[in-house]
Ligand binder design. Structure first.
Ligand code: SAM
Length: 385
């Protein structure tokens, strides 16, 4: 892939830009294999699940800069001035068209870009998510509620101007900090979630819930997880760090069609509400609870999993920091036979595996969720040795 922004030095986010895609994939595969070699030297890997090298991102996180008349949508440079990247080639085609419109939409609404240096202005970020059905969620991250009314009044115009637009919201992020979004969200549309069809599961995505960046690769990841889960065929399963329920909702039924006892745990209440909505539309009786998986698996005195026997299999899919010492100790000392670990950081994965010597990787596969960058996703099935 070639990128004019990269060539001109305007954006260096895609640090592998210019490296041929097959080479990127091979490098990631050897890095992942090295990371797991200590835990299981003879581990054999499935063929990597690759991506298209461009046009794969389902979300855009646009930092807004520039002026009221000439806003930019992209990133900030070293002097914290806006750099416009509206023609970035990483976005899915339907999303790319909308990203190109964003600066004009901001100018038409009369929103004042936030100036980080002067600490003035209002609009900090525009966050977009695009679904496989071609629908969109747009979130305007404002410093204060002052300009919220402009967006609310323009709602009919926005819905008419942006094809496929389904969810519009305002997020308030009052702090002067490099934080993407704040805790307060005002949804302006009747629709509060974006349906994301992934394989046979129609996941519902509410504002503020995490969703994997690359929908095609996410579908491959959940399908692989479903396949390995079917082979183990646990009766009870917990999905920790479950987000909107991608892993859990692909594991509702056992291979003979009987329901599995599935429980998801997640720290974001918006994500849990999303997962519950999807679960209500599907067979089985999966439950989703809000709780902290990292400290005692939410199983402590006041935790939502208190009193429950450990399941036959646990799925973990933590943020980059990994699952950490408390959860690894709990898993290591439990009698659980299988853990399915999906990781976006092989260094924290390797650290976590070191803390669980009884749980040995027996299957592994790389999923290239983030082409053009060194980031990667690894799914590994651990079995008690
Ligand atoms: C990498 S995402 C995975 C989400 C989901 N498994 C999926 O496939 O989309 C990590 C998730 O962990 C959640 N999370 C972060 N810290 C947590 C914690 N201590 N306990 C439970 N969930 C947590 C985040 O909100 C996020 O939804």
């Amino acid at each position: 892939m070639q990128c004019d922004y990269f060539d001109a030095g305007r954006c260096r986010s895609c640090s592998l830009m210019g490296t041929d895609y097959a080479g990127q994939l091979a490098d990631k595969q050897s890095r992942a294999a090295r990371a797991l070699a200590a835990a299981c030297p003879g581990l054999s890997w499935e063929a990597p699940f690759g991506s298209v090298p461009e046009g794969f991102r389902n979300k855009a996180k646009l930092v807004v800069g520039g002026t009221r008349d000439e806003p930019t949508a992209g990133i900030l440079d070293a002097h914290r001035q806006g750099v416009d990247l509206r023609h970035c080639g990483l976005y899915e085609p339907g999303l790319a068209e909308v990203v190109e419109q964003v600066p004009e939409v901001i100018a038409t609404l009369g929103l004042v870009p936030y100036d980080v240096v002067r600490r003035s202005g209002e609009l900090k970020h525009v966050l977009l998510t695009h679904s496989p059905d071609g629908e969109l969620m747009i979130r305007f991250v404002l410093r204060s509620p002052g300009q919220q009314v402009r967006i609310a009044r323009a709602l009919p115009w926005l819905l008419e101007t942006i094809p496929g637009l389904r969810v519009v919201s305002v997020n308030l992020q009052p702090d002067h900090a490099a934080v993407l979004e704040g805790p307060e969200e005002i949804v302006l549309t009747v629709a509060e979630d974006l349906p994301m069809q992934v394989n046979e599961v129609r996941l519902r995505l509410r504002t503020g819930s995490f969703f994997q960046t690359n929908t095609t690769v996410a579908a491959g990841l959940y399908r692989q997880a479903q396949d390995w889960i079917h082979q183990v065929d646990p009766v009870t399963l917990w999905d920790l760090y479950c987000g909107v329920g991608g892993f859990a909702l692909h594991a509702l039924l056992r291979p003979d069609g009987t329901p599995r006892d599935v429980l998801g745990l997640e720290i974001s209440s918006e994500a849990v509400a999303s997962a519950r909505t999807t679960a209500a539309e599907l067979p089985g009786a999966a439950r989703f609870e809000v709780g902290d998986a990292a400290s005692g698996v939410g199983a402590g005195e006041a935790g939502p999993l208190r009193g429950l026997a450990p399941p036959d299999l646990v799925v973990v899919n933590p943020p980059r920091r990994g699952i950490g010492p408390v959860l690894t100790e709990w898993l290591e000392s439990s009698q659980m036979q299988h853990v399915l670990y999906s990781s976006c950081n092989v260094d924290s994965l390797a650290r976590d595996l070191e803390r669980m010597p009884s749980l040995v990787p027996v299957r592994a596969r790389l999923f290239d969720m983030f082409p053009q960058t060194p980031h990667l996703e690894v799914l590994t099935l651990l079995r008690r040795g």
